[in-house]
Design a protein around this ligand. Structure first.
Ligand SMILES: [Zn+2]
Length: 338
C-alpha cells in the first residue's frame, strides 16, 4: 500500500482509538479523520507530502518534526542517537538528513512508548541502528495494539460487506533492548538516561534525558495545549499521569529544555516545566469535571458529548475533531472502574 494512502472508513476511524481524533496532533496529522458521519463507505485519503524540519536545541541535540510524534536527536562527532521514529516516510527523511551523520550507524534508537506515530519508523531505522531500546512493556503493547487494529478492520469489513478485505496494517518492528525503571548509556561526551515514571499516557512511557545538554524528551507525557490521546487499552491512567508529571518536574533541572510528542502550533513542541504544570492542571480539571458529572447523576453518553472543556481556551479544538469526548470517556471508565 502506498504509505501516503490510508484506507479509512468513518466508523473504523472511531473504533481504532489511536488513529481517531488525531487531526489536532499539532504536526501534520498521520491520519486525516473524517467527520463522524453515519456513512459506512470506505474512502481513500491522499496525504500531502510531509513538511519536515531539523531544529538544533543545545549541545549537539535537536528535534526533527515531520509527521507523528516529535523526534529528538543527538549528533556529535562521537555518537548518534534518535528518540522516536514517526512513520516510515518521515523516518527515511530524518535518517537521510540527520545533521553530521555522514553515513555512520546510529548508536541507539529509543522509543518513548509503543504508539505507532512514535514507533512506525522503527523498521526504517533498523538497518542503520546498533540497537532499538524501549521500556519493557512496549513490545506487548505494540502487539496488542496491532491485533486490535487488525480486528477492528476485519469487523468493519464484515459490517460493510466489503467485496475485498482492507489491507492489513504492517506488523510492528519491535525494540531489541528492553529495560525496566531506568537505563543509562554513555554516548561519547554525552550521557543518555531513560526513566519510567509508571503508567501515564500508556503503560510504558519513558522520559529520555541528555544529561550534559540538559534536554529531556517526554514523548506523549505532555501534549502541549492539545487534548491528549487517552489510550486505556494501552495502559493510560489519568490519575497516575498527573502524579507522574509532578514527579518529572521534580526530577529534572528547572532550566532543562523539554521536548513534547505533540503541541499546538502556537505553543510548539519544546518548552519549560511551566508547560508540564499547565498540562497537569488540565488533566486534573478533566478528572474533576468528570467526577462531578458522575456525582450529579450524568450518564457516560451524556458526559462524553462535551467537545471543549470550559476554562481551558488554549486547548480549544474543532467540535468534529476534538479528542475531549475520548478523554472524558477514559476519565469516566477510570473513575467507575469500567
Ligand atoms: Zn502516544
Amino acid at each position: 500500500m502506498n504509505r501516503r494512502e490510508f484506507l479509512l472508513s468513518t466508523g473504523a476511524a472511531a473504533s481504532l482509538g489511536l488513529l481517531s481524533r488525531s487531526a489536532a496532533f499539532g504536526q501534520t496529522p498521520a491520519i486525516a479523520v473524517p467527520a463522524p458521519a453515519p456513512a459506512k463507505s470506505t474512502v481513500t485519503v491522499q496525504m500531502p507530502p510531509p513538511v519536515t524540519e531539523f531544529r538544533p536545541l543545545r549541545r549537539n541535540t535537536g528535534v526533527f518534526t515531520g509527521r507523528g510524534g516529535t523526534i529528538g536527536w543527538l549528533s556529535s562527532p562521537a555518537a548518534l542517537a534518535i528518540i522516536d521514529t514517526q512513520f516510515p516516510e518521515t523516518a527515511a527523511i530524518c535518517l537521510a538528513g540527520l545533521p553530521g551523520r555522514g553515513g555512520r550507524m546510529i548508536d541507539v534508537v529509543i522509543d518513548t512508548h509503543h504508539h505507532g506515530d512514535h514507533t512506525g519508523g522503527n523498521g526504517t531505522f533498523r538497518p542503520a541502528a546498533k540497537m532499538i531500546a524501549a521500556q519493557k512493556e512496549v513490545p506487548a503493547l505494540q502487539l496488542a495494539a496491532f491485533e486490535r487494529t487488525k480486528q477492528d478492520l476485519e469487523r468493519r469489513d464484515r459490517e460493510n460487506h466489503a467485496a475485498t478485505p482492507t489491507p492489513a496494517p504492517s506488523a510492528p518492528t519491535y525494540p531489541d533492548f528492553l529495560f525496566g525503571d531506568s537505563w543509562h548509556k554513555e554516548l561519547g561526551d554525552e550521557v543518555m538516561s531513560a526513566k519510567f515514571f509508571g503508567p501515564a499516557h500508556t503503560g510504558g512511557d519513558i522520559a529520555v534525558y541528555f544529561e550534559r545538554a540538559n534536554v529531556v524528551h517526554l514523548g506523549d507525557l505532555v501534549f502541549n495545549r492539545l487534548y491528549p490521546v487517552t489510550d486505556r487499552p494501552g495502559g493510560c491512567n489519568l490519575r497516575h499521569w498527573i502524579a507522574a508529571l509532578e514527579d518529572i518536574t521534580r526530577t529534572y533541572p528547572p532550566d532543562a529544555i523539554f521536548i513534547y510528542g505533540h503541541g499546538k502550533k502556537e505553543f510548539g513542541v519544546t518548552g519549560t516545566p511551566a508547560d508540564l504544570l499547565v498540562f497537569r492542571d488540565f488533566l486534573t480539571a478533566l478528572v474533576e469535571h468528570t467526577d462531578q458529572q458522575i456525582k450529579a447523576g450524568q450518564s457516560r453518553a451524556e458526559i462524553i458529548k462535551l467537545t471543549n472543556l470550559p476554562g481551558w481556551p488554549d486547548y480549544f479544538a474543532d467540535d468534529k475533531t476534538s479528542r475531549l469526548p475520548g478523554n472524558l470517556g477514559a476519565a469516566y471508565d477510570e473513575l467507575t472502574g469500567a
